[in-house]
Design a protein. Structure first.
Ligand SMILES: [Zn+2]
Length: 274
């Protein structure tokens, strides 16, 4: 049906677990409407339903403020494309996972319109925009697309930092649910609910202990290691900035968690990924 492209840099997009059904017959779409919200931020809205992209303008200030609050520059440039059909989203991203609602690349974010999201509320719109723009900002702080790829940011830092900056703690399973995992950063659990939770709580711990700019400092040190051709850039950055390793960091996260925290019953909201 749709030719899969190979232009993705690395997987960063994610979303809720509801199943989508793609249309069997792609329809030719009229040209999207482009509008410039900032000198370096352009939005592409679907021509048939341009209001589907309204959430970008509504929450852009808050998203950029959250990113700046953690020490990174706003993405420059970035194209934010909102798609009103699954076919258009798949054609633009090459991503076919049925739960995917957004996908970030080095200078671009693609969204499926909020009406497809399991939670299309205003909080979710702000969170999702912040989360994806944070991804773009982190990629761009490495200077080039190639260096961003070579940084090999692990899942826990990439998704955990985005989750923390976007304020998505209520969408994550509690630390008590993952504190029994062994070495969860180097060996992430396959259950995405636990994987996102371990990532979020680790990054929340980093902010609490080392300050709001801890991710920016880690990314800067990782970029230096990449440019120095260090084969393990993040390990070098963790040692240099935090005097720790992934294994030690996870142990620290677990040890600082409340020992008698009760494990709540799994909540449907914990199934949301992005
Ligand atoms: Zn993400």
């Amino acid at each position: 049906m749709t030719t899969r492209t190979t232009r993705r840099v690395f997987v960063v997009g994610s979303a809720s677990g509801a199943v989508l059904s793609a249309c069997a017959t792609p329809r030719p779409a009229p040209a999207p409407r482009l509008s410039r919200l900032r000198p370096t931020v352009t939005v592409s809205a679907p021509a048939r339903r341009p209001d589907a992209a309204g959430f970008v303008a509504a929450h852009l200030d808050a998203a950029l403020a959250a990113i700046a609050g953690h020490g990174l520059s706003a993405p420059r440039p970035v194209l934010i494309a909102v798609h009103d059909t699954v076919d258009e989203f798949v054609a633009a991203t090459g991503q076919t996972a049925p739960w995917m609602r957004a996908y970030a690349q080095y200078a671009r974010v693609d969204f499926l319109a909020p009406r497809f999201w399991s939670d299309p509320g205003q909080h979710a719109r702000r969170e999702k925009l912040t989360h994806e723009l944070w991804h773009v900002s982190t990629f761009q702080c490495f200077g080039t697309r190639e260096h961003a790829v070579q940084a090999h940011l692990p899942f826990w830092l990439r998704e955990g930092s985005a989750s923390v900056v976007a304020g998505q703690v209520r969408r994550r399973a509690p630390l008590a649910l993952v504190r029994g995992l062994d070495d969860a950063l180097r060996a992430p659990p396959t259950d995405h609910r636990l994987r996102y939770a371990a990532a979020h709580h680790t990054c929340a711990h980093l902010v609490q202990r080392h300050g709001d700019d801890v991710f920016a400092r880690l990314f800067a040190a990782t970029g230096d290691a990449v440019r120095g051709r260090d084969p393990h850039p993040l390990s070098r950055a963790l040692e240099g900035v935090l005097s720790t390793s992934e294994k030690e960091l996870w142990r620290e996260v677990v040890e600082r968690s409340p020992n008698r925290a009760k494990i709540r019953q799994p909540q449907p909201s914990w199934l949301v990924r992005y």
